[in-house]
Design a protein around this ligand. Sequence first.
Ligand SMILES: Cc1cc2nc3c(=O)[nH]c(=O)nc-3n(C[C@H](O)[C@H](O)[C@H](O)COP(=O)(O)OP(=O)(O)OC[C@H]3O[C@@H](n4cnc5c(N)ncnc54)[C@H](O)[C@@H]3O)c2cc1C
Length: 176
Amino acid sequence: MPWATGPEADAAFTAWTQGKTGFPYVDAGMRQLAATGWMHNRVRMVVASFLVKDLHIPWQRGAEFFMTQLRDGDLASNSHGWQWTAGCGTDASPFFRVFNPITQGLKFDPQGEYVRRYVPELAHLPGKTIHTPWDATLSGLGGYDHGYPKPIVDHKVEREVALANYSFMKDQKKDQ
Ligand SMILES: Cc1cc2nc3c(=O)[nH]c(=O)nc-3n(C[C@H](O)[C@H](O)[C@H](O)COP(=O)(O)OP(=O)(O)OC[C@H]3O[C@@H](n4cnc5c(N)ncnc54)[C@H](O)[C@@H]3O)c2cc1C
């Protein structure tokens, strides 16, 4: 798999670990992990998918970081959780199933309480607008007035890159 490497990938990885990707639901999850040593399973899947399929960083780096943070860190469950999300495990979710970090937030945190708890820079945004600070700004609600970062990637674009990488990898395998 043509994973992303180099200083840009390292900067993206750091932003992910610190909950500063500009994707509120992802950032809330990573900040919950930092604040409590735990994260709900739904959000673990979303942040893992984001690292592997939006930032194109190998699942092993994410799994290693989780093991330094999780109070329930377990080598077997963690590795299989990451491989499931990355589409390479024993009974993995298919690679082409890419979690949308925005619609997942809107679906599982409809009023934005979870994001409001862990991302104070967005707490001034009402209801579900907290999941899309870029739209909130357009409607004059000042999504970025309190220093929340802009999205470090465009999910639509990176989803296509991930799927292209996957077919590239499959073709390589075929040619072997
Ligand atoms: C990327 C990723 C990484 C994960 N890393 C870990 C990890 O390091 N340690 C870990 O125990 N779980 C891990 N999980 C599985 C799951 O997220 C946690 O077990 C669950 O969120 C723990 O919260 P709970 O104790 O409230 O679970 P509850 O929902 O109350 O479930 C009760 C118990 O069942 C077991 N369990 C529940 N879901 C799973 C699952 N999907 N896989 C394996 N066991 C499960 C756990 O022992 C859990 O304590 C991971 C999942 C993903 C997607």
